[in-house]
Design a protein around this ligand. Sequence first.
Ligand code: P6P
Length: 340
Amino acid sequence: MEHIRFMTLERHIIEGERQHPEATGELSALLSDLALAAKVISREVNKAGLVDILGFTGDENVHGEKVKKLDIYANDMMIKAMDHGGHLCAMASEEEEDIIHIPTQHRIGKYIILFDPLDGSSNIDANISIGTIFSIYKRLSPDGTPGTMEDCLQPGINQVAAGYVVYGSSTILVYTTGADHGVHGFTLDPSIGEFLLSHENITTPKKGKIYSINEGNYLYWHPGLKKYIKYLQEEDAATARPYSTRYIGSMVADIHRNMLYGGIFMYPADSRSPYGKLRLMYECNPMAMIIEAAGGRAIDGKKRIMEIVPTSLHQRTPIFIGSAEDVTIVEEFMRKEVNG
Ligand code: P6P
């Protein structure tokens, strides 16, 4: 009988920690606290249609966007699950203007976490997959002191861990602690409340046949991008064209699918939004760490997402992310067009 590995997320984290001789167990404990938040958020997301937490709160978040109750709930759960574990010196959230300090009664740790508690929340009422995205760094400021904005504003190459949770037909948590330790996916079994290893060592195909972009913005795109999309729509069996277009409007779900099947997700800059829409620190950097660890690429159109030196917590960046060859082709289309 095939030996089924009953590997829980907690055991996987601890076994992964053993591969890091310098590990103190703090990162493992932090990831476990995160998993608890994901379980609680998953429970609420999966019953959102039944409980009166749908609909707009009437409030607006720091970006002036209408906020759904589940956004606030997810944000509160993330903070409550991690603010007392003693592993963090501060946090930052898409839902909060400034950094979130650790309450004075709790021990201050050596990590920083930045997160989007519920990305894609405009899809909640239509029961479309949404997600949580997180990015973890080691602090730069002296141990024992409150975390600082400088601790948060580190380039993506400094991340020590990154991951996301997709609340879809099932709840899957995907994380990496770096390319040399791979990307692993865990599916929540709600009957036992455990995330079980379901996708070990995820590697993304070098080239795919799917492209994901909001074509409604076509008029405003860079000319090289227009040419690239038309190129994907031409017929050429040797290069698997025409590609299929798949766009859920939920970054985590779109990128998760493309990482497994192959393909490219794009949220470009355009003439109306010079920096695109997606946030560098808690959307693009963590997704970039994961896709690179899975063998893919993530650029802003010119350079690696993870090499962008951040200047503000909520800054946006264009992003082209997915199968390495597909990202390289669109990069070439845009370079040629600029240089003529
Ligand atoms: P558009 C969801 O609101 C989100 O932040 C991402 O999850 C998603 O990829 C993107 O915005 C969709 O934006 O402009 O295509 O609706």
